[in-house]
Design a protein around this ligand. Structure first.
Ligand code: NAD
Length: 394
């Protein structure tokens, strides 16, 4: 068995009703809290109000920064950090999907360090220090796993480039995973964020940096997604399914924090930078069919295992054939959850695909993919992702 390190410092408070513990969780880190969310809208307004009430009744003063946008930008972080500094926040609470939690993490850095969060990206010599404000995460999607990762994904609109801060100081001190908060997600957001859970588990499972520990969690996460995501897309009120998806999200987040992601996420990140209107999970869903077919021969046993999670009949089929069929299995799954989309549907023009391919190879994710790729091959994968075939095109 291979040697490995597994690290996870976040206190995870999991279960329905746990949001009621937010005052106590935040109070451990200070009396002045910056709450970071998207602008209020009907589905989330009662939750924002409830959290503010819970914090205030625990003796915590709250400043509410409510300007988060999907695929959050350096400008948004700058505005939030300014408020955190003026308010002299002791602690930052990200409440929402990955965009809100990541913005909270980046604010926690920018409010306490010279320059901007962009100066502290993962590859730079200057890294965030212990001065970073303590981060509390409350997730409302299932999801990005950001509530248990050391990552904050941010886009620099001037550079049209999406990158990440990546440092252990960014692990939330406490994360609350309360499935009741996910009940308001509409089917399309449930599907795209849920597919991201699958992508995290899958990419850590085929990743050479994975370990027996992350494999265990990745397989469990994929089993849960296969069983419960189609159910919860159809019936968002099914709290049993919502709860399992929240758990799968957490497991898959723990996987990526320790094993990382591969080529699809490299492309997904580039897409988010160049086309901020594209939802993260939706972009991934577009490129998965082509990438599965491109990759399965380089990770036969692992692909076969994944295929058998979704289709029990593949247990009787030998690995090579099962691995090939796994590509079709994932197609069927995407159709079931309403994500059988192509790049054209996302308004990504064909003529810009070379630039997208180039941007996809900036982050090192592709280096952990089981099949080593190059610019022409990524371009070809993107061209393939412009069209869809309903029959087996393996
Ligand atoms: P999101 O946070 O962008 O939210 C998507 C939409 O869903 C928003 O409009 C939001 O307001 C809405 N929403 C969220 N919760 C809701 C609820 N309960 N009810 C109704 N609407 C709700 O989506 P996301 O997929 O969670 O996050 C995507 C971001 O996270 C991307 O920037 C991605 O790159 C990043 N990400 C981060 C990590 C990490 O480890 N930090 C990992 C993967 C992805």
């Amino acid at each position: 068995m291979k040697n490995f390190i597994y690290y996870q410092p976040t206190e995870i408070r999991f279960g329905r009703g746990r949001i009621n513990e937010i005052g106590e969780a935040v109070a451990r880190f200070g009396k002045r809290c910056l709450l970071v969310t998207v602008p209020e809208f009907a589905a989330m307004a009662p939750l924002f109000k409830k959290v503010i009430n819970l914090l205030e009744s625990s003796g915590i003063q709250v400043a509410h920064f409510d300007q988060v946008i999907p695929n959050p930008t350096t400008e948004v972080v700058r505005a939030g950090a300014k408020i955190a500094k003026n308010f002299q926040a002791d602690v930052v609470l990200g409440l929402g999907g990955g965009s809100s939690m990541d913005t909270a993490k980046a604010i926690a850095v920018e409010a306490t360090h010279e320059g901007t969060c962009w100066d502290y990206l993962f590859f730079r010599n200057t890294q965030p220090t212990g001065k970073t404000l303590p981060i509390i995460a409350v997730t409302t999607t299932s999801g990005t796993g950001s509530h248990v990762t050391q990552v904050a994904v941010v886009t620099n609109p001037a550079e049209k480039y999406k990158s990440a801060l990546y440092n252990s100081i960014l692990y939330p001190r406490v994360s609350i995973v309360d499935p009741d908060l996910m009940r308001t997600m509409p089917p399309h957001i449930t599907a795209s964020t849920g597919f991201d859970v699958f992508a995290h588990a899958f990419e850590s499972y085929i990743n050479p940096k994975g370990s027996p520990y992350t494999d265990l969690m990745a397989i469990e996460a994929m089993q849960i997604v296969a069983k419960y995501l189609p159910t919860v897309v159809k019936d968002g009120e099914d709290m049993e399914a919502r709860t399992w998806m929240a758990w799968a999200d957490t497991l898959a987040g723990l996987c990526i924090a320790n094993a990382g992601v591969t080529l699809p996420h490299g492309i997904g990140m580039a897409m988010g930078g160049l086309y901020p209107h594209v939802a993260h999970g939706e972009g991934l869903a577009c490129v998965y069919p082509a990438i599965m077919r491109y990759t399965y021969k380089s990770a036969v046993e692992r692909f076969a295992t994944v295929g058998r999670i979704f289709d029990r009949k593949l247990k009787k089929v030998e690995d090579k054939e099962a691995a090939k069929k796994t590509c079709n299995v994932v197609d069927t799954f995407l159709k079931d959850i309403g994500l059988w989309t192509k790049l054209e549907d996302l308004k990504i023009p064909k003529k810009e695909l070379k630039a997208l391919a180039k941007a996809s190879l900036v982050l090192p994710d592709y280096k952990s993919h089981p099949k080593i790729t190059n610019l022409d091959e990524v371009h070809e994968l993107l061209l393939k992702s412009c069209r869809r075939q309903s029959k087996d095109n393996t």
